[in-house]
Design a protein around this ligand. Structure first.
Ligand code: PLP
Length: 388
């Protein structure tokens, strides 16, 4: 089959003539799965982490999604779990044990930092945070087992040199894990860049409709056994209905993301012209740290961008945000609707310093008409100005 993503996305993970000619795979619900013979039951004991032997290990619906994501990302195999965070914590626990050291990018998704600083620390695993723009190689120790990347970084979108970091990890005999949620697996091929394990919060663009929590871990062949075992033992299995919805979301992923990215880039350029705005953060802008690396490694962007506003009072920010008509306040992103949330970059970084002092907003540009979105933002910025 063609490797072009839009063709691939229309056909992966389904086999109509194995299913009465029906286009989409059915949803199989299961806890108990029966063994026809004692020999079959004994065989299952020999491969405790593989196959449809018990609902927690997945049903054919789960396997269809896993197959589709593995093919989209160009990895060996994939496991689907109950959230993006479950995928991240499972992948970390697959490779880390007491006495080990983890190199974690400073711009990681916030809850991952909390996991490292609480549960991993309690297990005797030490985390060092590193600057997303620096080569982590000098920080690799003899007990470093994982170099973890997220690019572009959460909230502020610093672009990492994935090729360099993955090569440094491999040269030191450690595993590189990339949070690939931003690219949706569509605009970045992590395994071609030397990454060992790629994670997605499928909750975001794969599902794409703000109604399902789901995570995926895709790996190289050497890394698969550990990830498969850890996910089986931790038990955060994905629900078949949710896998079905993710698979359905993937059919329109290329079309949706193309629209999201066009709108976000246009809005980013428009925001740069506004007097209320100090800086716009978006990897496609030359002012974004790592922009050149982004151009080298990524083939597109998405609906996200952030803005740094001129210093203003909480009241004027509230006047702006409380009155928004289309950009509504709420966490997560990747759905069809536009979202806006305030954030404080310094509260989620320790290895680097955030030097801007105005309030920051993260926007997700949805599938609405762009003129309507600009009008909503323009009215919001005028409320901000009027109240300060
Ligand atoms: C949302 C998100 C996650 C967590 O995914 P959930 O499905 O919400 O648990 C992880 N990484 C990134 C980059 C995210 O944006």
């Amino acid at each position: 089959m063609s490797r072009d993503p839009s063709t691939l996305l229309a056909h992966v993970g389904r086999d109509p003539f194995a299913n009465h000619g029906i286009v989409n795979p059915p949803v199989y619900h299961a806890s108990t799965i029966l063994y026809p013979t004692l020999a079959a039951l004994e065989e299952a004991e020999r491969t405790p982490y593989e196959g449809t032997r018990y609902g927690r290990r997945g049903t054919p619906t789960t396997f269809a999604l896993q197959d589709a994501v593995a093919k989209l990302e160009g990895g060996y195999r994939c496991v689907a779990l109950s959230s993006g965070l479950a995928a991240i914590t499972t992948a970390l626990l697959a490779f880390l044990a007491a006495g080990d050291h983890l190199l974690m990018v400073d711009t990681t998704y916030g809850p991952v930092r909390r996991f490292c600083d609480t549960l991993l620390r309690g297990l005797g695993i030490e985390t060092t945070y590193y600057d997303p723009l620096a080569d982590p190689a000098p920080l690799i120790r003899t007990n470093t087992r994982v170099v973890y990347l997220e690019s572009p970084g959460s909230l502020t979108f610093e672009v990492q040199d994935i090729v360099r970091a993955a090569a440094s990890a491999r040269a030191a005999g450690t595993v590189s894990i990339l949070d690939n949620t931003w690219s949706a697996g569509l605009y970045l091929q992590p395994f071609e860049l030397g990454v060992d394990v790629s994670i997605q919060a499928a909750t975001k663009y794969l599902v794409g409709h703000s109604d399902v929590m789901l995570g995926t871990i895709t790996t190289t062949e050497p890394c698969w056994p550990r990830v498969r075992r850890a996910s089986a033992l931790l038990g955060a299995a994905a629900a078949p209905d949710d896998c079905y919805l993710a698979l359905r979301g993937m059919r329109t992923l290329a079309t949706r993301l193309d629209r999201h990215q066009r709108t976000a880039i246009e809005i980013a350029h428009w925001l740069e012209t506004r007097p209320e705005v100090v800086r716009v953060l978006h990897p496609a802008l030359p002012s974004c740290p790592g922009h050149e690396v982004w151009r080298r490694d990524f083939s597109g962007s998405n609906g996200l961008l952030s803005v740094v506003l001129r210093p203003s009072s909480r009241e004027s920010l509230a006047a702006m945000l409380d009155g928004m008509g289309l950009f509504r306040m709420g966490y997560s992103w990747g759905g069809f609707e536009s979202l806006i949330v305030p954030f404080d970059p310094q509260s989620v970084r320790t290895a680097t310093r955030w030097t801007e002092n105005g309030p920051c907003l993260r926007l997700h540009c949805g599938l609405e008409n762009i003129r309507d979105l600009v009008a909503d933002l323009e009215a919001g910025l005028l409320r901000l100005g009027a109240a300060s």
